[in-house]
Design a protein around this ligand. Structure first.
Ligand SMILES: Nc1ncnc2c1ncn2[C@@H]1O[C@H](COP(=O)(O)OP(=O)(O)OP(=O)(O)O)[C@@H](O)[C@H]1O
Length: 698
């Protein structure tokens, strides 16, 4: 950035000197803008990457077009190419863009967008790209993103240049018609229009391809990084516990897509519209005859331009006032849509339970209620859109005739030609279309802001969940060297702060096999969750052995989609164990009848009985051989005899594993060396105490 800002500054100084000597206001203006741009470019080192890309583009373009303008002015430009010398207004316009980019980097809404957008463009991980005719090559993901974005921005500017050129065609073409000049008519049509139109079409096709490539790569990056963040450190569980972000699935799938598409679909068209606004404003400004207020002799320089500007600013303000409620309504609509989808997904997941309970009517009622929520908000949304639509449609219709109304007196008095009238009308239309950018897209902007809000609040919820565990206060989890799980003076609370378990001191390393018993709801599972590090609520310290593998088997195991092999190896990869080892573990937990179905893909979570699923989970422990195995009623679906056999198997197959179980059956006591009982306290909480039979310490 520094060398670039120095280059901009150097050129600006040259422009100031040259402008001073030749008394050229345009060149002096270019110098003044250049000095400001140099400062902005220098400072742009500190702004978000996404905005910095634009800063660099404009600074480079300023240097290129500014140098060309100065060379042309100094007479160092090839005589044959004089038509290509850019006027000083071009580097001025570009310089203003660069300054605007730096200025908007302080706007909070833009900062949020840039913060969400930047990580993709900073990603250093390599990816493979293919760009015909260049074969597959390896490039950093972020760099490819930057290249595509730069290419698209420049292409868009070229397209504005082409449409500017076509506006001159328009003037000459209509003048040829008015003057009945057939030769000029055909010349304009064949040699001017068809060439530029063909270039325009090809550039649009290239744009489509580059655009979609950028968007899909960007979206993939965002969806992956959000899902990684969500899955890290059990954030998905903690965020759900805290209830701080509804429907994370929608945020990861839908909102990242909307964000990427809309950021692109705002940034580039906005740029195009600003370029259009500036270039066509110059046309409007430079038509002197139109500077007289119709019906009077009062002359205002750039009258038509000012009319277009004031007209559009007033209209934008009105649209904003009418459309404001849409932002909240769009947010709400997305939330209700997601709730409906979630209800359907749950119905599919618990289909068996619902069918057994004959719960279909209740489900139907629930679904209807969820859809009712959608409809209710939808009508509000429709009314808001109607109000905005009434205004925007009327505005767009008025636009067709307003410039003609302004110009008609000049035309009929013979002061302007038909060609000029149509060109000015076209330019007026372009300027006010550019100005009405926000009006036309108000609805889209509302849903864009809603997506940004959902993504940032999702990030905040995750950060909050992590802070709850990382802080000094609260429930801490520390690793110790002594190899024991030790819970010090600790209180475990519910998310609302109500205490449920008070631990004075609990040492689970005293025996090799410990059974935790206590009334239902006394906090046994919560104690296990705190030990495994996923329960963030409470105060105190849970000490766990350093480098120890801890595995926790819940009462209802989770079976992933896919083969039986992948369900058995979970959370390891499906090929983590060889067939023989897996089959042996299956035999040990009495799942030998499934030996030959290892590679069958099925909904195993619905196919296997509750007891089979629990035995499958025990097989996972036999394969993973953890140092600590926590069983939270993990064999409760088995009959007493089978439960005893499974415990004997664990004992035999995992002699070095410390086992801590939660269970209600009295027969379990025989299989453990120590018993911890949840004893009630006067305040309704429970305290775990070692109550029986610490026979050994392995
Ligand atoms: N996410 C939560 N939000 C609010 N309350 C919760 C949450 N999780 C657990 N609880 C409450 O905490 C208390 C302890 O629950 P826990 O599951 O630890 O009990 P338990 O002793 O394992 O019960 P059981 O023997 O019936 O499995 C219960 O009253 C339960 O309703």
């Amino acid at each position: 950035m520094r060398p670039l800002s120095f280059a901009v500054a150097a050129l600006a100084l040259v422009a100031l000197v040259v402008g001073q000597q030749s008394s050229s206001a345009g060149t002096i203006g270019m110098g003044v803008v250049g000095v400001l741009l140099a400062l902005a470019t220098f400072r742009a080192q500190t702004i978000a990457t996404f905005l910095r890309i634009f800063s660099v583009i404009f600074a480079v373009e300023y240097v290129l077009t500014g140098s060309a303008a100065l060379l042309g002015q100094a007479g160092y430009w090839p005589a044959g190419l004089r038509a290509l010398i850019p006027p000083p207004s071009l580097p001025i316009t570009i310089g203003v863009f660069g300054i605007i980019v730096y200025a908007i980097s302080f706007v909070p809404a833009i900062q949020r967008i840039a913060r969400l957008a930047s990580p993709f463009f900073e990603e250093t991980e390599a990816t493979t790209a293919k760009l015909w005719p260049i074969g597959p090559f390896s490039i950093a993901t972020g760099r490819l993103g930057v290249l595509l974005l730069v290419f698209l921005v420049v292409l868009n500017q070229v397209q504005v240049g082409i449409s500017l050129r076509l506006s001159f065609f328009n003037r000459d073409f209509y003048n040829a018609i008015q003057e009945k000049d057939a030769a000029s008519f055909w010349y304009q049509l064949i040699y001017v229009f068809s060439v530029w139109a063909a270039i325009f079409i090809v550039s649009n096709l290239i744009e489509i391809f580059a655009n979609y490539t950028l968007l899909i790569r960007w979206r993939r990056y965002m969806a992956e990084s959000f899902s990684r963040l969500w899955l890290r450190d059990a954030n998905h569980y903690r965020v759900a516990l805290a209830g701080s972000a509804d429907n994370p699935d929608q945020r990861i799938a839908e909102d990242t897509r909307a964000f990427v598409n809309q950021t692109y679909n705002f940034a580039l068209p906005l740029l195009t519209q600003i370029s259009t606004l500036v270039s066509f404003s110059i046309i409007l400004w430079s038509i002197p005859v139109a500077s007289v207020v119709p019906g009077t002799d009062i002359s205002i320089p750039g009258f038509i331009f000012w009319m277009a500007l004031i007209y559009s600013i007033v209209a934008t303000w009105i649209a904003h006032m009418i459309g404001k409620p849409l932002i909240t309504l769009e947010f709400e609509q997305e939330r209700r849509e997601a709730n409906f989808r979630f209800a359907l997904a749950r119905l599919r997941e618990y289909s068996e339970q619902i069918a057994l309970m004959r719960g279909e009517h209740s489900e139907q009622r629930h679904l209807s209620a969820r859809f009712g929520d959608i409809v209710e908000n939808f009508y509000r949304l429709v009314w808001a859109r109607l109000r905005l639509g009434t205004f925007t449609y009327s505005f767009n219709q008025a636009n067709v005739v307003v410039p003609y109304i302004l110009l008609a007196p000049h035309y009929f008095s013979g002061r302007i030609t038909l060609g000029i009238m149509t060109q000015v009308a076209g330019a007026f239309d372009r300027v006010q279309t550019a100005m009405s950018f926000f009006i036309d897209r108000y609805q889209a902007i509302a849903s864009y802001i809603a997506s940004i809000n959902r993504l940032t609040s999702f990030e905040a919820a995750i950060a909050q969940a992590q802070a709850a565990t990382a802080g000094e206060a609260g429930l801490r989890r520390a690793t110790g060297a002594d190899g024991d799980v030790h819970v010090g003076a600790t209180t475990l609370t519910l998310p609302n702060g109500a205490p449920i378990v008070r631990v004075e001191s609990l040492d689970l390393g005293a025996a090799r096999r410990t059974l935790v018993v206590g009334p239902s709801g006394s906090g046994k599972s919560t104690l296990f969750r705190a030990i495994s590090g996923i329960w963030p609520f409470g105060e105190g310290q849970v000490g766990i052995p350093a480098k120890a593998e801890i595995m926790l088997l819940p009462q209802r195991p989770y079976l992933p989609q896919g083969t039986l092999r992948s369900a058995l190896a979970y959370p390891a990869e499906a090929d983590a164990y060889d067939d023989e080892t897996i089959r042996q573990a299956m035999d040990q937990v009495r799942l030998g009848h499934l030996r030959d179905r290892l590679d069958e893909v099925d909904l195993w979570g619905q196919r296997l009985s509750g007891g089979e699923q629990q035995r499958l989970a025990v097989a996972r422990a036999l394969l993973a051989k953890p140092d600590w195995l926590f069983l939270d009623e993990a064999t409760a679906s088995l009959d007493e005899k089978l439960e005893g056999e499974i415990y004997a198997t664990i004992d035999e197959a995992l002699p070095n594993t410390r086992v801590v179980s939660i269970g209600h059956r009295s027969t379990l006591r025989e299989m453990h060396d120590a018993v911890v009982t949840m004893e009630p306290n006067a305040d309704g909480t429970f305290t775990p105490r070692m109550t029986a039979k610490v026979s050994e310490k392995a």
